[in-house]
Write a new protein. Structure first.
Length: 186
């Protein structure tokens, strides 16, 4: 009889393990779904009159960078920081894209949500050919007003020539993202 009781206990233990694994898997799927839903950029109303176009930023070299000069042409606006590994990884790719496509009117601006001294040190080690503005912590509010509900980085907004938003992307860019945008605004 003891053998049967031992066998029943093993079956009960296996059932409990399966139940726990099943509940854990369901919780993981629900968590991933919630994260994807929360990180989805929000739509932005009246982009053409958005306060972005009136903004003025200082560059790492101390010059002024007015956003109004970028209105009316396709623009990639990238929010980044020196402490953000995916931001740092995507910058060389964005730089290459800008070098290849700026003659065709495609523009890129990166706004650093970071300390000016950290950005200057970074730019001394890894110069970028496209304009970089020092947005500081205020850049977080600007990114949120452009659809970045959670304030995560990197965050990129793709504008068409009419200043409308073609797409917003939370997370690291890919070559395919840039190719799709180039084709969409051509």
């Amino acid at each position: 009889m003891k053998e049967n009781q031992s066998m029943n206990n093993r079956n009960a233990d296996a059932s409990r393990r399966h139940l726990i694994w099943g509940a854990g898997a369901a919780a993981a799927v629900a968590g991933v779904g919630l994260a994807l839903w929360r990180f989805e950029p929000e739509p932005v109303a009246q982009v053409a009159s958005h306060p972005l176009w009136a903004q003025q930023f200082e560059t790492p070299t101390g010059e002024g960078l007015g956003m109004a000069q970028f209105k009316g042409k396709p623009l990639i606006l990238n929010f980044w920081a020196t402490w953000c590994p995916p931001c740092i990884e995507e910058l060389p790719m964005i730089n290459t894209f800008w070098r290849e496509n700026s003659p065709n009117g495609h523009q890129v601006v990166a706004l650093a949500i970071d300390q000016p001294s950290a950005v200057r040190r970074f730019m001394a080690r890894q110069p970028l050919a496209f304009p970089v503005g020092l947005a500081g912590l205020e850049g977080t509010s600007l990114a949120k007003s452009l659809g970045n509900a959670v304030g995560g980085l990197p965050f990129t907004v793709f504008f068409k020539a009419d200043s409308s938003i073609w797409r917003q992307k939370m997370g690291q860019l890919t070559v395919e993202d840039l190719s799709q945008w180039r084709a969409a605004v051509a």
